[in-house]
Design a protein. Structure first.
Length: 164
């Protein structure tokens, strides 16, 4: 049985979400974080060879973040299913909804993610909650991808809201 990271990455590659360089960088990151076995790593690298070399947008970093959050979700769902099976339960647990970005349910921020105006984010470095108050200047409503955490951009993109 393949790992959830392998399954999620293979799905995204089949959907065309990655170019060859972006896929290989992501696969290497997953392998470095020990989320893939050596066999899974080699298999995904072979699949990446068949991908197109470039896309017009080239948003590799945001795709890595999206993939990591998808893997987190899948891992929690698999853990809940395993628990249900080992306890002998016949009831399948419903997956937990994701973070909404509301003030009482902030999104966990990571470097390189896309931030959306009026959403709340919890900074992992200081544990505080920040509200994003800016959007993409060229495409309003599409959010803005930043390679920084909220505490590094206070009064530029974020307002300090509260201690988590």
């Amino acid at each position: 049985m393949n790992s959830t990271a392998y399954t999620a990455m293979a799905e995204q590659m089949e959907k065309g979400a990655y170019t060859e360089p972006a896929a290989k960088i992501t696969i290497a990151n997953l392998y470095a974080r020990q989320m893939l076995t050596e066999g899974e790593y080699n298999e995904l690298m072979d699949k990446a060879d068949a991908l197109a070399a470039n896309t017009p947008d080239g948003e590799a970093l945001s795709r890595i973040v999206a993939l990591e959050s998808a893997v987190k979700t899948l891992q929690s769902e698999v853990a809940a299913l395993k628990e249900a099976v080992t306890s002998g339960s016949t009831e399948i647990p419903e997956p937990e909804p994701g973070q909404t970005g509301a003030e009482d349910d902030p999104i966990d921020a990571v470097r390189g993610m896309t931030y959306y105006k009026d959403k709340y984010y919890r900074d992992p470095d200081d544990g505080q909650v920040y509200q994003c108050y800016r959007d993409s200047d060229s495409h309003p409503g599409s959010g803005v991808a930043l390679a920084y955490l909220p505490h590094e951009l206070v009064n530029i993109y974020f307002y300090f809201t509260r201690v988590s």
